[in-house]
Design a protein around this ligand. Structure first.
Ligand code: ATP
Length: 240
């Protein structure tokens, strides 16, 4: 189990997330939903250890250094796609940590990478330079790197950006299967409708956690209004 308790994150004087308490359970596909600037990426980055809490904490239950068990897929546009590596190399980073190998990949590593590339449908592109890929192909490669990692917790920041509708459905099915296999899958998205169809846990965020529960519990006009209306944003700004 991974979660945050009373988490507040500030960037300088800017309050990005305030007093958030949420848990992400194994076997659950969670969606973190909210408008631009709501603190969604901040939540994921803090879970993976890229941001330090200003107050509150990240909580791992069940076992010790579980952060090693977390695979993180950042937003596609935050990565350097001109970097001279192939699709295979990027997926292998899920095993070895970085290019210029920390250790020489073994047979298990190669098998896991091949399997991940097949699952995401880019095995045939394995020799291609990542700079030559479409947006949808890039997203598949990032998902392959995540799958190759074989982590128990999967955190994905808007993994369906730049992906066509048919591929989005395929990738959502893939993530659903990861949750059904016992992993905790947490996805940041803007797409409330898609999240409602595929996820069993929705977290609505607008600087604070507005609602947290099953789609049936969370998907109410009141919660959606509270999450997405600009008047509410103004309200939370005023509180900050
Ligand atoms: N490194 C940073 N330094 C200063 N401010 C930041 C930093 N990162 C994020 N912010 C600000 O914190 C707020 C929350 O950002 P965050 O990226 O978490 O939002 P988000 O919900 O993921 O938004 P989007 O949907 O646009 O990606 C925003 O107002 C953003 O401008």
């Amino acid at each position: 189990m991974l979660g945050v308790e009373n988490l507040t994150v500030r960037y300088g004087t800017h309050l990005a997330l305030e007093d958030a308490t949420v848990q992400f359970a194994p076997g659950t596909f969670s969606a973190v939903i909210g408008p631009n600037g709501a603190g969604k990426s901040t939540l994921l980055k803090t879970l993976v250890g890229l941001n330090a809490p200003t107050a509150g904490e990240v909580v791992f239950t069940e076992g010790g250094s579980a952060r090693d068990d977390v695979a993180y897929v950042p937003q596609q546009q935050t990565l350097d796609w001109a970097f001279p590596v192939t699709v295979w190399d990027v997926a292998m980073m899920g095993r070895t940590g970085r290019v210029g190998w920390l250790r020489w990949p073994g047979r298990t590593d190669r098998e896991r990478v091949a399997d991940a590339l097949r699952q995401t449908g880019v095995y045939k592109l394995r020799g291609r330079h990542i700079g030559a890929l479409s947006g949808g192909q890039r997203q598949r490669v990032l998902l392959a790197r995540m799958l190759a990692r074989d982590a128990r917790v999967l955190l994905l920041d808007e993994p369906l950006t730049g992906v066509d509708a048919a591929t989005q459905e395929q990738l959502m099915a893939l993530l659903r299967a990861q949750a059904d296999a016992g992993r905790a899958v947490v996805m940041v998205t803007h797409d409330l409708e898609q999240a409602r169809r595929w996820c069993d846990h929705l977290v609505l965020v607008n600087r604070r956690v507005v609602a947290d529960g099953t789609p049936a519990e969370v998907y109410t006009p009141h919660n959606i209004e509270a999450t997405f209306s600009s008047s509410h944003l103004g309200h939370t700004h005023a509180e900050a």
